[in-house]
Design a protein around this ligand. Structure first.
Ligand SMILES: [Zn+2]
Length: 251
């Protein structure tokens, strides 16, 4: 394992444009189970009933039953050493950006600055009526979860929606454009805590690979990507392997 991480460290140190693609796996060590896994959010709430944009338009109060749990789960979580290691790589100017499929805001809380969000962010809320966007620090989030009273727009008095992308909503175009550009410029892609099989995330390693980028995968188990596109597979919990990588780079 040390030899694999040492190889990854050497490649990152000699690269010019390293990017990271992250998924649910990096946040499980912060106590957020993959929504799609056993014990995940979609086991308790059928997403076709609770997580479509049509459902929010028709019955926002019902959708908020699920959102209290999603917000509670993500906003009580703290970044783990894997998030911190990526923030440190960016500070060392070795990582250009993170493209994330997570909505939990943990990369930003760990100190990462250049984060492209495919699926939005639970810590920002929007009014679908007037378009005003609110940061959740403008609200007493703990009280919202405890009282189970949804936050409302100060102007329109309608229930706000976290800027999380619901089923039936488009991936934000800016995120798609920026991430594809990052993938075209990349000479190394770190694929972290994701099988990268769902588009548009799945396209990122493939676009980069076409330009001869090196794909370094950090996952607990091999994925659909491993035999197909991965050059270096670093097995293990990312809360351990990523700090190990950063320590190796510093040596
Ligand atoms: Zn409004």
């Amino acid at each position: 394992m040390d030899a694999t991480i040492a190889r990854a460290a050497d490649i990152i140190l000699s690269a010019k444009h390293v990017i990271a693609l992250t998924g649910a796996g990096i946040s499980t060590e912060s106590g957020i189970p993959d929504f799609r896994s056993r014990g995940g959010l979609w086991e308790r709430y059928d997403p076709s009933e609770y997580a479509t944009i049509d459902a929010f338009h028709e019955r926002p109060g019902k959708v908020w039953e699920m959102l209290f749990d999603m917000v509670g789960l993500t906003r009580s979580a703290r970044p783990n050493p894997g998030h911190a290691a990526l923030a440190e790589l960016e500070k060392m100017e070795l990582l250009k950006c993170i493209i994330t499929q997570n909505v939990d805001n943990l990369h930003q809380e760990a100190g990462s600055v250049n984060v492209i969000e495919y699926h939005g962010n639970v810590s920002r809320l929007e009014c679908l009526s007037c378009g005003t966007v609110y940061e959740d620090r403008e609200f007493d989030v703990a009280e919202i979860i405890k009282s189970r009273v949804p936050p409302v727009c100060g102007k329109c008095k309608v229930m706000l929606k976290p800027t999380v992308i619901f089923f039936g909503e488009m991936i934000p175009q800016e995120a798609t454009v920026r991430s594809q550009e990052a993938a075209r410029n990349a000479d190394v892609v770190m694929v972290i805590g994701t099988s990268a099989t769902v588009y548009p995330a799945a396209g990122i390693p493939l676009i980069a690979k076409q330009n001869n980028a090196v794909i370094i995968e950090f996952n607990i188990e091999e994925t659909g990507l491993t035999n197909y596109a991965t050059d270096i597979f670093v097995r293990g919990k990312t809360g351990t392997t990523l700090p190990d990588l950063v320590n190796m780079i510093k040596q």
